[in-house]
Write a protein that binds this ligand. Structure first.
Ligand code: AMP
Length: 282
C-alpha cells in the first residue's frame, strides 16, 4: 500500500495503473462501516484508492472540526490489511492552498434536512468531492447510505457536472443493538449511547408499520415521536418522511420513501435513516 499526500504524487501514481479504479472517500477514524465500503470497492475494482481527509469546509464555525477524532496510524494499518493500493492523505493546505475561492454547490437539495441545520455543509462536501474526483478519476466511488442525503447530493453533482464516476451507495452498517456506526460514536458516554438506541428503534418501528400496510406519514411520525419523546437525553433536530430522491416531504407513502432523522445525544449530533420496505438507496 502506498501512502500519497500530494496531488502530484497521486496523479503520477494513478497514471501508471491499468484496469478499473475504485475510490472510497473518508474522514478517517475508520470503523466497520467504512471497511464495508472498502471491502466492497476492493471486490469490484482492479485498483483501490481510499482518501482520508477531515474536510474543514463541511464543518460550520460552531462545529467539531478540531475535535473530530483522528488516528491515522490505526487507519493505515486497517487499510493495509484490507488490501488497499493507495491511501491519499492530503493536508488542508494541499487541498485549499492560499487564495482558494471556488466552490461547487448543488442547488435545492443541499438546503434540505442536514443542509437546513448545517448551512454550507453540502457546499463543503460537493466542493471537496469534486476535488477528489478531479484528482482521482475513478470508475466507481463508494458512499454510505448512513449519509443518505450526501449520496443524493453527490449523485446529482455527478450527473450535472458530467463526472465519469459511478456513485455506489452501500447499506448502513450497525452495531448488533441497532446503533449506526459513526466515528462520532466514540464521544457518546455509556448513558448517551444507550439513549441513542431510540433513534434506530424509531426508524425500525417506522419500517415495521410500513410493512404492516401503514401509508400515512403522520401516523408513522406519531408512533416514532412517542418513542423519541420518551428519551430526555435525545434532543431531536428533525424527523422527515420524504421522497428518497428529491427529499420532498410526503404525506402519503408510495415507493422510494426515506425516513431520516437527526438528533443531539449528549453533546454528539447523530443522523440515521431507513428507506421504507427495508430498501436500499438506489
Ligand atoms: P466519514 O468518514 O464519516 O465521512 O464517512 C466516509 C464514508 O463512510 C461515507 O460515505 C459514509 O456515508 C460512510 N459511512 C460512515 N458510517 C457508515 C456506516 N455506519 N455504514 C455505512 N457507511 C458508512
Amino acid at each position: 500500500m502506498l501512502q500519497v499526500s500530494t496531488i502530484q504524487e497521486t496523479r503520477q501514481a494513478l497514471e501508471r495503473v491499468t484496469g478499473s479504479v475504485g475510490l472510497v472517500p473518508t474522514m478517517g477514524y475508520l470503523h466497520a462501516g467504512h471497511m464495508t465500503l472498502v471491502n466492497r470497492a476492493r471486490s469490484e475494482n482492479d485498483n483501490l484508492v481510499v482518501s482520508i481527509f477531515v474536510n474543514p469546509t463541511q464543518f460550520g464555525p460552531q462545529e467539531d472540526f478540531l475535535q473530530y477524532p483522528r488516528d491515522l496510524e490505526r487507519d493505515l494499518r486497517m487499510l493495509g490489511e484490507a488490501g488497499v493500493d493507495y491511501v491519499f492523505t492530503p493536508s488542508v493546505t494541499e487541498m485549499y492552498p492560499e487564495g482558494f475561492g471556488t466552490n461547487v454547490l448543488v442547488d435545492g437539495i443541499s438546503d434540505k434536512l442536514e443542509g437546513a441545520s448545517r448551512p454550507g455543509h453540502f457546499r463543503g462536501v460537493t466542493t471537496v468531492v469534486s476535488m477528489l474526483f478531479n484528482i482521482i478519476p475513478a470508475d466507481r466511488a463508494y458512499f454510505g447510505q448512513k449519509d443518505a442525503q450526501q449520496v443524493v447530493v453527490v449523485k446529482k453533482m455527478v450527473r450535472d457536472l458530467h463526472f465519469r464516476h459511478e456513485v455506489v451507495a452501500v447499506p448502513t452498517v450497525r452495531d448488533a443493538d441497532g446503533l449506526a456506526l459513526s466515528s462520532r460514536n466514540v464521544f457518546l458516554t455509556p448513558e448517551d449511547r444507550n439513549s441513542a438506541l431510540v433513534l434506530s428503534r424509531s426508524l425500525f418501528l417506522a419500517d415495521d408499520l410500513y410493512d404492516k400496510g401503514e401509508r400515512d406519514s403522520e401516523a408513522i411520525r406519531f408512533a416514532m415521536m412517542a418513542l423519541l419523546n420518551a428519551e430526555p437525553r435525545v434532543k431531536l433536530d428533525y424527523v422527515t418522511i420524504c421522497d428518497a430522491q428529491t427529499l420532498e416531504e410526503k404525506n402519503r407513502i408510495e415507493g422510494g420513501t426515506m425516513v431520516a432523522l437527526a438528533a443531539l445525544v449528549g453533546s454528539v449530533r447523530l443522523i440515521d435513516n431507513v428507506v421504507l420496505g427495508s430498501q436500499q438507496l438506489t
